[in-house]
Design a protein around this ligand. Structure first.
Ligand code: MG
Length: 245
């Protein structure tokens, strides 16, 4: 009787423990190694002639919110800034594989720490996030810092500029391909340069980037909107252009 009681207790304990592990966002945080900090050179890049201009500093005419209503982020001084609480914004046009140029800036006034400092994100096809975060002297889990493929790939180095300065991401994205049975036959791939420095080298995504649990693919359209994240931080964007591949 006593043996059975111990066995039942142990099984119960293990299943609760497993459940807690699966349900806990901390379970997928990776803190080591911490990417080496480097200082980037100065860069800026005007769009080439064949680029689709997604934001030219003047208005949000190419963007809507998640309810397909006009985007409500603030536009001033050639930049758009997250209007907290108005939600993510997305492009009206949908894209698949692409070359994407984005400039972003976290607030000069430093507020919060770890994931609560200058957090936003660039979601290719609305689901594959290149993390935007103020990772200048701001330790967080390595697979969630600026330039990480969120909770999948740690950036090769930390090429962040100080808060309040403009930074560039140049992203090469290969969309996943799905077979007739909806299974992924060719996973999504990402290459990312931050401020001209290679930080992700053709990495193979395990699925959409998720906060909790392990990622897995689910079939979606060949083209989907590009999404920018409202994470309750006053992150700004400018000079956003894209080339379809
Ligand atoms: Mg984010």
């Amino acid at each position: 009787m006593k043996k059975i009681f111990i066995l039942v207790s142990l099984t119960l304990f293990l299943s609760i423990h497993t459940y807690a592990q699966n349900d806990n966002p901390k379970a997928t945080e990776v803190w080591e190694p911490e990417p080496k900090v480097i200082t980037p050179g100065t860069t800026s890049q005007d769009p080439p002639s064949d680029a689709v201009i997604l934001f030219n500093g003047k208005d949000l005419s190419n963007w809507v919110d998640t309810k397909q209503d006009p985007a409500k982020w603030k536009v001033e001084n050639n930049a758009m800034t997250v209007e907290k609480g108005t939600g993510n914004i997305q492009t009206k046009q949908a894209f698949g594989s692409c070359q994407l140029h984005v400039e972003w800036r976290s607030p000069a006034e430093v507020m919060g720490s770890s994931q609560d400092r200058g957090n936003s994100g660039i979601f290719l096809m609305g689901r594959y996030e290149v993390q935007v975060l103020d990772s200048y002297n701001n330790r967080t889990y390595s697979n969630g810092q600026a330039g990480s493929i969120y909770k999948q790939y740690i950036p090769l180095v930390n090429a962040c500029r100080p808060p309040g300065e403009w930074q560039t991401y140049d992203i090469i994205f290969t969309s996943p391909k799905f077979g007739a049975d909806s299974n992924v036959v060719s996973p999504a791939r990402l290459t990312v340069f931050q401020n001209g420095v290679l930080i992700q080298n053709n990495v193979e995504l395990k699925g959409p980037t998720v906060y909790i649990g392990q990622p897995f693919y689910k079939k979606h359209n060949d083209k989907e909107s590009l999404v920018l994240q409202d994470h309750n931080c006053l992150v700004s964007y400018r000079n956003i252009w894209i080339r379809e591949l």
